[in-house]
Design a protein around this ligand. Structure first.
Ligand SMILES: *Cc1c(COP(=O)(O)O)cnc(C)c1O
Ligand code: SF4
Length: 323
């Protein structure tokens, strides 16, 4: 079983060449920013962009801009100090009972606000042998009950490898749950093939998936179909978003986002304050504004449609709720 060939790397896509040219003509576009963190998006994500609107909420998520070249005190390369928690190559254990495996450094799209945008992926294991250190570390630590696949984006890995690693985890008795954190269902839904869904469903682990959508315009029928297939396979879906200035920092957008998600049977999970990563300060929305937005959302939505507004503070033992 294998994935369809990668369908990111739009630069090679002739259909989109014109739009990309339009992009580089935009006043805010910066070649330097693109050099620091390359422009990357999928054709599917591109079709949801209004290319004639420089303020388009999806365009802003992927367009390298000159704002990124400004430095701001406190906005740093590794804002969560994740390197401190790497217990083995590709393995990050920070919280109790659950830990992260970074399966790849690759992503379907490059989100300009990403807190891992400066992190090199050299350390991530590439072969099953290279995973043995992480797997043995997990085997020795009986407190870990849940493994979270992260990245990059774990669903950029080919499915044979993904399943090979997952099968290793099933040999560890205290691992009960597997959670996949991925932007692929939104950015490149066709990568999630029926074969892959079936294979995940058949793993003897309690599966869940946390997708990543920041704006309701990221949903379309292709995304929705993939989400339905996952839910029908018994994989519960959650969503995490980042609160982003000029993209989703208004009540109407956030309410519509929550409603769009629950109508696709996805439960809103976290709404993150932006992690202070170098190059993304222009997206920052502060705690006070975040709290105001959430207070306005609360009476307008079913309780289960309200995400938890959280901040990730290095050294804390969980993400911290703001309200
Ligand atoms: C966010 C995060 C998790 C998962 O936390 P949950 O609250 O269980 O969603 C695990 N490890 C790290 C390092 C994290 O940043
Ligand atoms: S890790 Fe996730 S948020 Fe960061 S660039 Fe990749 S897809 Fe976007």
């Amino acid at each position: 079983m294998s994935y369809n060939p990668p369908i990111g790397f739009v630069k090679k896509d002739i259909q989109l060449a014109d739009n990309l040219k339009k992009l580089s003509l935009l006043k805010s576009y910066s070649k330097q920013a693109e050099g620091d963190f390359p422009l990357l998006l999928t054709p599917e994500f591109a079709t949801r962009i209004d290319w004639n609107n420089p303020k388009d909420p999806l365009l802003q998520q992927i367009l390298p801009t000159k704002h990124e070249n400004k430095t701001k005190p406190g906005f740093v390369v590794d804002p969560l100090n994740e390197s401190r928690y790497a217990k083995a190559p590709g393995y990050i254990k920070k919280y109790h009972g659950r830990a992260i495996m970074q399966l790849t450094g690759a992503c379907p799209i490059h989100c300009r606000y990403c807190f891992r945008r400066h992190i090199k992926s050299n350390n991530i294991p590439k072969s099953i042998n290279e995973w043995s250190q992480a797997v043995e570390t997990i085997r020795q630590d009986k407190s870990i009950k849940e493994i979270i696949y992260s990245g990059g984006d774990p669903l950029m890995l080919n499915s044979d490898k993904l399943l090979e690693i997952s099968n290793l985890l099933t040999t560890i008795p205290h691992i009960k749950r597997l959670r996949i954190h991925s932007r692929v269902p939104v950015a490149s839904p066709k990568r999630i093939t029926p074969d892959l869904i079936k294979a995940l469903k058949d793993l003897p682990l309690v599966m869940s998936m946390v997708i990543h959508m920041n704006h309701p315009a990221e949903m379309d029928s292709g995304v929705k179909n993939t989400l339905q297939e996952l839910v029908e396979a018994g994989i519960p879906l959650y969503n995490q978003s980042v609160l982003l200035k000029g993209i989703n920092d208004d009540v109407t957008t956030l309410i519509t986002l929550s409603e769009t998600l629950i109508d696709a049977r996805v439960t809103p999970y976290y709404l993150h304050l932006l992690d202070p990563v170098a190059g993304a300060a222009h997206f920052y929305v502060d705690e006070k504004k975040g709290r105001e937005l959430l207070l306005k959302m609360r009476p307008m939505l079913p309780g289960y449609a309200l995400p938890m507004l959280v901040v990730d503070i290095p050294g804390e033992r969980s993400k911290l709720p703001i309200l």
